[in-house]
Design a protein around this ligand. Structure first.
Ligand code: GLP
Length: 259
């Protein structure tokens, strides 16, 4: 596991965007796993800038999003499809048919979830998975006690997640109780995983995920088993890491020279 600590949110967003760009430059038809939430917004903004100013090409890229709320139509402003269109897809040259999110309106969840997994496989698997982290340590919507081998499925959100995410909804509008999410096992199969976290509010859960035991109580901790997982943190999110000095020492002394 690699931990890269930046001074600011902007810097961490740029560092993560550079990793996405590196992946696309090495493999123009890469398959990206994408996340929503407020944390990846800076990354998406930087990717849009790189596309517009530096010609970063998405024309052969395929994407699979981690999750979607059950019941929200794609044009609902809080649906993750809407979020992705607004914050990334509408501003880059990605083919609409290459962008995939779990269906929020399917009647047959089980069949849909199986087909989502199959589609990922048929595209050759995810080359680079982008993750944020929930305040309870969830990745995607894999809430505490999710099986660490779980696959794409419907999941009941915790009260805390519903409360955390209510800030995006209009007053009086209910946050959905269910989501379809890639499983922890699905995420672990991505060839490379990057997890972004910013702000003091994430410091405890980041320390748990990186330095705590691997446990389904903090599903992000499973990344300790991943061969190529990179955390992009700002100093606030890194503030409770016991090994912070060591992580900074590693970055200052990379065998290949500074990143
Ligand atoms: C939601 C998403 C997660 C995301 C999390 C944190 O629960 N399903 O993928 O990581 O929110 O969001 P934020 O980045 O806004 O803290």
């Amino acid at each position: 596991m690699e931990v890269i600590i930046s001074n600011t949110y902007e810097e961490l967003s740029k560092a993560a965007a550079a990793m996405v760009a590196k992946t696309l430059n090495a493999k123009p038809n890469a398959v990206l796993g994408l996340a929503t939430g407020s944390t990846p917004l800076g990354l998406y903004k930087e990717l849009i800038r790189m596309h517009k100013e530096e010609g970063l090409d998405f024309s052969h890229v395929t994407t699979f999003n981690l999750d979607e709320y059950v019941g929200l139509k794609p044009n609902h402003p809080q649906s993750y499809r809407y979020f992705m269109q607004e914050n990334l897809f509408d501003h880059i040259n990605i083919a609409p048919q290459n962008t995939h999110l779990p269906s929020a309106t399917t009647d047959d969840h089980e069949m849909f979830c199986e087909s989502y997994e199959r589609m990922i496989d048929e595209c050759g698997g995810i080359d680079l998975q982008v993750l944020g982290i929930g305040s309870d340590g969830h990745i995607g919507f894999n809430e505490p006690t999710s099986s660490l081998s779980s696959r794409t499925r419907i999941k009941t959100l915790t009260r805390q997640t519903i409360k955390d995410n209510s800030r995006f909804f209009e007053a009086g509008e209910n946050v959905p109780t269910y989501a379809i999410t890639m499983g922890v096992g699905t995420i672990l199969e991505a060839k490379k995983v990057i997890l972004l976290a910013s702000g003091e509010g994430k410091a405890s859960v980041i320390a748990d995920a990186i330095e705590g035991p691997v446990t389904s109580m903090c599903t992000a901790s499973v990344l300790q088993f991943h061969e190529r997982a990179i955390y992009y943190l700002d100093t606030a999110a890194a503030s409770k890491l016991k090994m912070r000095d060591y992580f900074e020492w590693i970055q200052a002394n990379l065998p290949s020279g500074p990143a």
